[in-house]
Design a binder for this molecule. Structure first.
Ligand code: FEO
Length: 402
């Protein structure tokens, strides 16, 4: 019997049986320009174990992939590493259809699943350091609290050396290739960094703590199988090391300038600030918010040393597109930034003051009070913008850091 959807073998006992979502462009506010995958994995031993599932709309695809290697009715165990619906959404239907012997999750996972599905499923809980033999397949478990939900968990298959890391080490990238080493490096680097910046950045202290704990668990990790995007089989620890680097948020000489504009005045100011930054030796990223998605702003900020924000005053407030991105940045808590604000106004000019207050709350080291210009910038006020850029550049670290 042939199937349109096939399982892909990733190690001696493990098959990828997930789904490819080529069409997704908005993942709760994250611009997924290249779609995503929902990865689920099947472990074939004396018993069959399924790790995570897919969004309900993709259950048919997942089951077709399962059926290409084993009758889905043989699924005896389900490990649920994370309760977010892109991985758990198919569980009620799967459990109703196939009545697995065991459903396993972290203690927080069991609670979160109950709060999602209001079900009477008896979920068995496991903690960090616990091991379970599931029909000849021996698993270890690592709770990964707040990476990125309280319930998040990693499962590790002994023998095959596969770490099922759930969202961690993943990326939103729909591809026909299943392994990172088959994907162009610039592409996977961009998407992996975007994923970290938008999903994990604010949990960087916890990332550091978990990565410090990993060696003591003595896992021989030969494959890292995340729940989104391609699987790491060639030098899998490179993504762990990359996470360690991102979690440190060491500042560089890159400065992100975000702005929007009503009648071009704040845009012209942004260009002058950018010239001053460049003259001071900074690497400048000028991002007009009319054409830059908030999730791409965060990706640029991941390895920046400065953030400069420009906004006109509109109805006594920060311009709405700028306010949107500032709220988003604040939640993701980038660290170790210097910065400033600027903007044009007509008669009240509150935006720059409001921006300065927000930047201070975000612990951005302001080099000067925000620069306001009435209506249209004069040559003198543009010189002040260039000077503001130079001041920011002067506070950046002296050497580019890797
Ligand atoms: Fe991919 Fe937190 O869900």
């Amino acid at each position: 019997m042939s199937h349109a959807f096939e399982a892909i073998k990733i190690s001696e006992h493990v098959y990828w049986v997930g789904a490819i979502d080529w069409e997704l462009r908005n993942f709760h506010g994250y611009l997924t320009k290249r779609g995503t995958t929902y990865n689920a994995f099947l472990v074939l031993a004396d018993e069959v174990t399924l790790i995570d599932s897919v969004k309900p709309a993709f259950l048919g695809e997942m089951l077709a992939r399962v059926a290409s290697v084993v009758d889905p009715a043989q699924i005896s165990n389900i490990i649920s590493n994370h309760a977010e619906m892109d991985h758990s959404g198919s569980l009620p239907e799967l459990i109703a259809r196939y009545r697995p012997n065991r459903v396993i999750a972290s203690p927080m996972g069991a609670k979160a699943l109950a709060a999602h599905f209001h079900w009477d499923v008896d979920v068995e809980t496991v903690k960090t350091g616990d091991t379970l033999d599931l029909g000849g397949a021996r698993f270890g478990f690592v709770e990964a609290r707040m990476l990125h939900w309280p319930d998040s968990m990693f499962a590790y298959l002994e023998g095959d050396g596969v770490l099922f890391s759930n969202d961690a080490f993943g990326m939103h990238l729909a591809t026909s290739e299943r392994f990172t080493d088959q994907v162009e490096e610039t592409l996977w680097r961009r998407e992996a960094s975007k994923y970290y910046a938008n999903i994990l950045l604010h949990f960087s202290p916890l990332v550091k703590r978990l990565l410090a704990q990993l060696p003591s668990l003595g896992l021989d990790i030969r494959v890292i199988a995340p729940d989104h995007g391609p699987i790491w089989r060639k030098d899998p620890m490179q993504i762990v090391e990359q996470y360690s680097t991102w979690a440190q948020q060491r500042p560089t000489r890159k400065v992100v300038v975000i702005y929007d504009t009503m009648w071009r005045s704040t845009a012209v100011m942004a260009q002058a600030v950018g010239e001053g930054l460049a003259a001071g030796g900074a690497e400048v990223r000028l991002l007009p918010l009319a054409g830059t998605h908030r999730s791409d702003v965060l990706t640029e900020l991941l390895d920046a040393g400065g953030l400069v924000v420009g906004s006109p005053t509109m109805n006594n407030q920060i311009y709405p597109t700028v306010a949107d991105v500032m709220t988003y940045i604040k939640g993701l808590k980038p660290q170790n930034l210097v910065g400033a604000s600027f903007g044009s106004y007509g008669w009240s000019g509150e935006a720059v003051k409001l921006l300065d207050a927000q930047l201070q709350e975000m612990k951005v080291d302001l080099v000067a009070p925000g620069l306001r210009v009435s209506y249209v910038p004069s040559p003198e006020s543009l010189a002040s913008c260039r000077d503001l850029g130079r001041k920011v550049a002067a506070k950046l670290p002296k050497q580019l850091q890797a």
